[in-house]
Design a binder for this molecule. Structure first.
Ligand SMILES: [Zn+2]
Length: 168
């Protein structure tokens, strides 16, 4: 973020990055924040098995991921869960059955830009193993993995790895 030098308001090369979340200009009154983004991860569980997806795109292509994604403006975390599960898997869920588990920070790097997120973890229990219609742009496959067989090193993101190692 420190590579951005030009102030988008006055055009001078006086844009300063604070190293965490804020740009400001020393020549004019321009200030802009890159605040933490909300995101959800859903543990879809059938008995002792969890549904994982395999990422089909960068970052972390080929690694295991949970269903989920970034919260849109004006959306609740539960609405994000409902929308993402439908977008990714065409799965229609009952939001009242989502069980909140924990929150963890993560850094999601997309096209060399790091986005700090706060990942909210929800569990969703299902009555049967359903067939997933894959959205090819984001997921290459899905698989059910026994909780005891989940290998942390196969998991794409630090927050999810920490969750399975320490909180679940
Ligand atoms: Zn300026």
């Amino acid at each position: 973020m420190e590579e951005l030098k030009f102030c988008p308001k006055c055009g001078e090369t006086t844009l300063l990055w604070d190293g965490e979340k804020k740009w400001s200009c020393s020549h004019c009154d321009f200030v802009m924040y890159q605040n933490v983004a909300g995101a959800v991860a859903v543990i879809i569980r059938y008995g002792d098995e969890i549904l994982f997806t395999r990422r089909n795109q960068e970052p972390k292509k080929g690694k295991l991921d949970l269903a989920g994604g970034f919260t849109d403006p004006k959306e609740s975390a539960e609405q994000t869960c409902v929308r993402e599960l439908f977008e990714e898997m065409k799965l229609k869920i009952d939001a009242s059955k989502l069980v909140y588990k924990a929150s963890l920070p993560n850094v999601y790097v997309y096209k060399n830009i790091p986005y700090n997120t706060l990942d909210l973890f929800y569990e969703y229990e299902v009555d049967s193993k359903f067939a997933v219609q894959l959205e090819q742009s984001e997921i290459s496959e899905t698989m059910w993995i026994k909780k005891s067989d989940v290998k942390p090193e196969d998991i794409a993101f630090d927050s999810q790895r920490f969750f399975f190692e320490h909180l679940y």
